[in-house]
Design a protein around this ligand. Structure first.
Ligand SMILES: Cc1ncc(COP(=O)(O)O)c(C=O)c1O
Length: 385
């Protein structure tokens, strides 16, 4: 199968292009930054090439009309209804949308709540822009990761302005259920918070169903900005492209003010790739999702059999596995994996300071390379015994 056919020598391109494959020394298997080792859908290549045959002058300010329609259709299918192109603000990628949301919907000194562990730019944006981060650690329960609603309630003060939500959640892979999202929406409304809901991973779900927070009702829709983009599902991170979506035009106007002169107009090739992905990429996406699910299941079976001492809950979404090696290697887990297992993973501390000894592994690679990584991991753990 095509997705099986990957080797480190071809993945480590000779030009030094790939961050993932050129960051660590050559004997290290890199399974960190979140892009896939698979080639992109042929339809995307074709869409980009065709776009280059046309004018590449300034595109329309709001973005290519056909792309905007495809995004609206995608969102409608997910449950975000009643949107028009005026409810979309294209961004160069999703991270600028995260920063713009923080800047537009809170002020320096304001308190902002987020579940942790979480995608590190959430935390960086707050710290770099002098917002006071209030952490709502996800709880480990026998059923997996869960929101601690009592602790969440205790975090609110008169300075709390904003809730940052990641759903599906990076790095735990949780897909929040309707009842959880309803409680979050009720919480945000009762405390008059704005909400940024990063839903970039919504197309890579294995169990459960993606429910956009803003689909839960008109009131929460008025207080929410939803972020998404093509790069996780379609592996186009180097092209960029993102969108901020809101039923509340004032939220989008506030983000646009922050981005003015900095955000830039959307890149025509990114827009062409995104449009091709949405219009013609579904079969590719389904094949890749099924393959990733198989990889997820391989990890689950391997950990049960060979690494029972390691904390791990199978992700319901994403291609990220989140491991607790703190009892095994303590805070040195990342270094041990790098130096002894020759595995390049993400250090858990990036996702919240209390996650020392945790590691994030990107499993969007071939089954052979994943198996090799798991065996390298198991060898260093077993060497301890
Ligand atoms: C939750 C989340 N948001 C945003 C991004 C980055 O998006 P982009 O590359 O479009 O800026 C990532 C990348 O891993 C992510 O996991």
């Amino acid at each position: 199968m095509r997705l099986d056919d990957l080797t480190p020598s071809t993945l480590r391109d000779p030009y030094g292009y790939s961050l993932k494959w050129h960051f660590f020394p050559e004997d290290v298997l890199p399974m960190w930054v979140a892009d896939m080792d698979f080639p992109i859908a042929p339809a995307i290549v074709q869409g980009v090439l065709e776009r280059l045959q046309e004018r590449v002058g300034y595109p329309q300010m709001k973005g290519d009309p056909a792309l905007l329609q495809s995004i609206l259709q995608q969102q409608e299918a997910r449950g975000l209804k009643g949107l028009t192109p005026d409810n979309l603000l294209l961004t160069t990628s999703v991270v600028p949308g995260i920063y713009a949301s923080v800047l537009a919907l809170s002020s320096p000194g304001d308190e902002v709540i987020t579940q942790v562990p979480v995608y590190h730019p959430f935390l960086n944006a707050l710290q770099e822009h002098h917002r006071v981060a209030r952490y709502n650690p996800l709880q480990r329960t026998p059923q997996g990761w869960a929101i601690d609603f009592d602790q969440l309630e205790s975090l609110v003060t008169p300075r709390t302005r904003l809730l940052l939500l990641c759903n599906p959640q990076n790095p735990t892979g949780r897909v929040f259920r309707r009842d959880e999202l309803e409680r979050l929406a009720e919480f945000a409304l009762r405390h008059r918070l704005w909400v940024m809901s990063d839903e970039l991973w919504a197309d890579l779900i294995y169990e459960g169903r993606h429910i956009p927070l803003a689909s839960l009702g008109p009131e929460i829709a008025q207080r929410t900005v939803t972020l998404t983009g093509p790069c996780k599902a379609y592996n186009t991170a180097g092209l960029g492209g993102g969108v901020a979506i809101s039923h509340n035009p004032q939220i989008l106007a506030a983000l646009a003010r922050v981005l003015k002169g900095l955000g830039g107009h959307p890149n025509v090739l990114a827009m062409a790739a995104w449009r091709a992905a949405l219009e013609h990429g579904q079969a590719w996406l389904e094949e890749v999702r099924a393959y990733l699910r198989g990889n997820r299941d391989l990890i689950t079976a391997f950990v049960q059999q060979h690494l029972p001492q390691v904390g791990y809950w199978p992700p319901e979404a994403t291609y990220l596995a989140w491991f607790d090696f703190s009892a095994t290697f303590g805070p040195r887990a990342h270094q041990v994996m790098l130096e002894q297992a020759k595995l390049g993973l993400n250090d858990g501390q990036m996702f919240g300071h209390q996650y020392q000894g945790w590691l994030r592994l990107n499993f969007a690679t071939s089954r052979d390379l994943l198996q090799e990584a798991l065996e390298r991991m198991a060898r260093v753990v077993q060497a301890l015994a």
